[in-house]
Design a protein around this ligand. Structure first.
Ligand code: NAG
Ligand code: NAG
Ligand code: NAG
Ligand code: NAG
Length: 176
């Protein structure tokens, strides 16, 4: 079962990587770290030669960058879901609906003008921002791990109940 998922996920990623046009991804920082995306959402930021973050993508470049990373640009709903699960950043990123957002949980004046929730900026598509990408396999991977731990828990509980039942039967039998 796990093997089948793994094959599907690998095939999907390979297809996406091949189809995505190549952008130099060596000067891209991804937040949260690649395998720790929240609800599959990650923010990709371009770094300048001093390794400082800079807004570098217009709306179409943003979309292409996600494809180059083997993922797709995130939708508003996907970023909102990630926000509700704890994602918070301090930089604007393009989303699928052609506007820029910052997911904010705490109000601070230097990130999204002291607002909370999904702070939006309806800028021109020529404007440069970071980008929010969506990693379907990252999300699937996380939910697979979750399902597996749920199954393990269920098995543990069932075995514990079975043992208890056997103990009760044995005790009842001895008493008789
Ligand atoms: C996850 O990423 C971190 C670096 O961000 C790395 O150290 C770690 O080995 C990775 N874990 C897996 C399972 O790939
Ligand atoms: C930021 O917002 C909070 C409430 O969300 C408010 O109490 C605080 O005064 C605001 N700070 C500034 C600098 O506007
Ligand atoms: C985005 O930038 C690319 C490359 O510089 C350019 O070809 C494209 O026309 C720009 N798109 C917009 C909407 O400005
Ligand atoms: C997408 O998720 C997979 C599985 O967790 C991970 O191996 C991969 O590095 C992620 N890709 C990106 C661009 O974060």
């Amino acid at each position: 079962m796990n093997m089948i998922w793994l094959c599907i996920i690998s095939a999907l990623s390979i297809t996406l990587v091949i189809c995505g046009k190549n952008i130099d991804t060596s000067r891209i920082r991804v937040f949260p770290a690649a395998n720790k995306s929240i609800a599959g959402v990650l923010q990709a930021t371009s770094l300048n030669h001093l390794n400082q973050p800079q807004y570098a993508f217009n709306a179409s470049e943003a979309r292409r960058l996600c494809l180059s990373l083997g993922v797709t640009i995130a939708s508003k709903a996907q970023v909102k879901e990630a926000l509700s699960r704890g994602l918070e950043t301090c930089r604007f990123g393009w989303i699928d609906e052609h506007f820029a957002v910052i997911p904010r949980r705490k109000a601070v004046s230097y990130c999204g003008q002291n607002q909370t929730g999904l702070v939006t900026w309806r800028a021109s598509v020529k404007h440069k921002f970071d980008v929010f990408c969506f990693n379907e396999s990252g999300r699937m991977f996380a939910s697979l791990l979750h399902i597996r731990s749920q199954i393990r828990k269920a098995i543990l509980i069932t075995s514990a109940c079975a043992l208890l039942l056997i103990a009760i039967i044995v005790i009842a039998y001895i008493k008789m």
